[in-house]
Design a protein around this ligand. Structure first.
Ligand SMILES: [Zn+2]
Length: 328
């Protein structure tokens, strides 16, 4: 299987918003012939699969690699995956994926061995192997983008319990959310999850509240007018200019996120935690100081600096790189 001739992998990323494909050189994570396209979500699973096959074929042609150089096809799926990786359970965004034996379909089409994992777990594997050299253990990767996802690497492998574990976005930060400002339900159907407080969609909700309240002439209003946007990004830009209302929103979200990190640190004593996704990367200059300030108070006394915390180095490619690692 680890024949040195087969030194590349076909990597496929089935997201709710985008589909991406590339050839990955396994030794160093070089991405070759990268392709990305919108997921035809409304058209369902079969249409998404056909569009993915099309961009993957384009990638293979552009790379000009003989098929004999490919070790396999690694698949990241944005949704629930059976614990053995053989089937999709379901997607929250696209209908028709229920119980689909996706690795078998890809394997039959490309005549390659195929393996699949959930996107958060796969991204953790990619960041661990290519961002951190495959060394830190335990290792945690958390992505703060539209939602909050992530994964845990334990004993050099993806750890997900019986299959549902490491759903980091749904750790609770509010005991009594009915009486707080974040009483809106989470995407998972529960309440009080960190995702419902600090994910891109939750920050957008708070930005819209701020837009409804903010006095004309605030920096937040100015950014909103100039960018014609009211989102997590608007909040971050307004804070970077000095807006105090937007700062209070982000301080609360990132302090809550520090609480989640402290829970994970106490549970797993990780050697390294990496934070990725558009919110964490774009707001790193705001997030990092809050973590540095708040974590010591949330952790047991004398816990010390046991865990390195950094932002992702892989610029959004961690999911495809992790998919390739599934067949490495
Ligand atoms: Zn949740």
């Amino acid at each position: 299987m680890n024949d040195s001739q087969t030194d590349h992998a076909l990597a496929l990323d089935f997201g709710g918003t985008n589909l991406a494909a590339a050839i990955v050189r396994l030794a160093d994570g070089e991405l070759i012939a990268y392709r990305k396209t919108a997921t035809p979500a409304a058209a369902g699973a079969e249409a998404s699969l056909q569009r993915m096959v099309k961009i993957a074929e384009e990638s293979l042609r552009e790379s000009m690699l003989p098929m004999a150089r490919l070790r396999g096809a690694g698949i990241s799926f944005g949704g629930m995956v059976a614990p053995d990786g053989s089937r999709v359970v379901r997607s929250m965004h696209v209908k028709g994926w229920e119980d689909m034996p996706l690795p078998q379909r890809i394997s039959d089409h490309f005549h390659l061995p195929a393996a699949m994992g959930n996107d958060g777990n796969v991204a953790a594997l990619g960041e661990w192997r290519y961002g951190s050299g495959g060394q830190p253990d335990p290792f945690i990767y958390i992505q703060i983008s539209t939602g909050i996802g992530g994964g845990v690497i334990l004993n050099r492998k993806i750890f997900c319990g019986q299959g549902m574990g490491a759903e980091i976005g749904h750790l609770k930060v509010q005991f009594d959310p009915e009486h707080s400002e974040s009483s809106e339900p989470c995407a998972c159907g529960s309440r009080g999850c960190i995702e419902a407080v600090a994910a891109g969609w939750a920050l957008e909700r708070e930005a819209k509240k701020l837009a409804a309240q903010a006095d004309e002439g605030t920096l937040f209003q100015r950014v909103m007018r100039e960018t014609n946007e009211c989102s997590a990004k608007t909040l971050v830009q307004a804070v970077q200019l000095g807006d105090t209302g937007a700062k209070a929103v982000l301080d609360h979200a990132f302090t809550s996120f520090a609480l989640t990190l402290s829970d994970l640190m106490v549970l797993l004593d990780p050697q390294e935690i990496v934070l990725g996704g558009s919110v964490a990367v774009n707001a790193w200059d705001l997030l990092e100081p809050i973590l540095t300030e708040k974590l010591p108070g949330f952790l047991p006394a004398n816990w010390g600096q046991r865990t390195a915390i950094r932002s992702s180095r892989l610029k959004g490619t961690e999911t495809l790189l992790g998919a390739a690692q599934l067949v490495a």
